[in-house]
Design a protein around this ligand. Structure first.
Ligand SMILES: Nc1ncnc2c1ncn2[C@@H]1O[C@H](COP(=O)(O)OP(=O)(O)OP(=O)(O)O)[C@@H](O)[C@H]1O
Ligand SMILES: [Mg+2]
Length: 231
């Protein structure tokens, strides 16, 4: 499902202090990553702040390209796919962004409906799935609220609902419990483990060691951009 072979990532310096032309210095963030996750697998992704967790997830959801090595997703070498194929692959991936990235002008309901509408589901189906999921995450009363009318934890729960609503083959969650209380975090884990049992491959980046202890699974651990544990 996911395979990294000798993968490195360097961010190019851009902007005022090193205009991004060729030859611009770049900083190597991820080094020589090698691991594989089988379809239906579950991995925790841990490491100190700045270790590279979000950067690794960005490679997996095709927001960044590796500066070396090879990444395969869904048995496809992603360096060889065109834009169209890449956006089709992307639709099979659900992402909970660390900073949520909800669309500010849309209601909670419409944010969660988006992936289903992109997949051209009927509005009857959209209504059923979106209201059920928002009820599950405890937001039945906030369907019409815009993100700026919601608390951080409420926004995070909308982001989680949006990531899972279309039953992605691969779910990538970046600190999905960062703004949740213990009960909500437990509920989220129930949702994620249910999806995982239905064969969704899952990667969850977290600092929450209590959560990891309650849900034992193999760990990918990054330290300064290198994998120091995988399995
Ligand atoms: N777009 C970027 N351009 C340049 N450097 C970046 C960029 N994004 C991240 N970095 C750097 O890459 C390193 C890894 O960042 P990343 O966000 O992947 O860490 P993280 O493990 O997710 O941290 P946290 O736990 O705080 O979310 C950091 O040193 C960060 O400053
Ligand atoms: Mg991060």
């Amino acid at each position: 499902m996911v395979r990294f072979e000798s993968v490195g990532l360097a961010y190019r310096h851009t902007g005022r202090h090193g205009a991004g032309r060729d030859g611009t210095p770049s900083t190597q963030i991820l080094h020589d990553l090698n691991f594989e996750i089988a379809a239906g697998g579950f991995r925790w992704l841990t490491g100190a702040s700045g270790a590279g967790k979000t950067s690794l997830l960005k490679l997996m959801y095709l927001a960044e390209h590796p500066s070396r090595g090879r990444i395969s997703l869904f048995q496809t070498d992603i360096s060889r796919v065109d834009r169209r194929t890449s956006s089709l692959l992307r639709r099979r991936i659900g992402v909970v962004y660390q900073d949520f990235r909800l669309l500010p002008h849309l209601s909670a309901y419409d944010n969660v409906a988006l992936p289903l509408r992109l997949a051209r589901k009927t509005e009857i189906r959209v209504r059923a799935d979106v209201t059920e999921l928002l009820r599950w995450v405890g937001l039945s009363g906030r369907l019409d609220s815009r993100p700026d009318e919601l608390s951080g934890g409420e926004q995070q729960r909308v982001a989680i609902a949006r990531a899972v609503v279309a039953r992605p083959a691969l779910l990538l969650a970046d600190e999905p419990t960062g703004n949740l209380d213990d009960d909500q975090a437990q509920r989220l884990m129930l949702l994620i483990t249910a999806l995982n049992r239905l064969n969704t491959t899952v990667v969850v980046a977290t600092h929450n060691t209590a959560l990891i202890a309650r849900h034992p699974a193999p760990v990918l651990e990054l330290s300064a951009g290198r994998l120091i544990r995988h399995g």
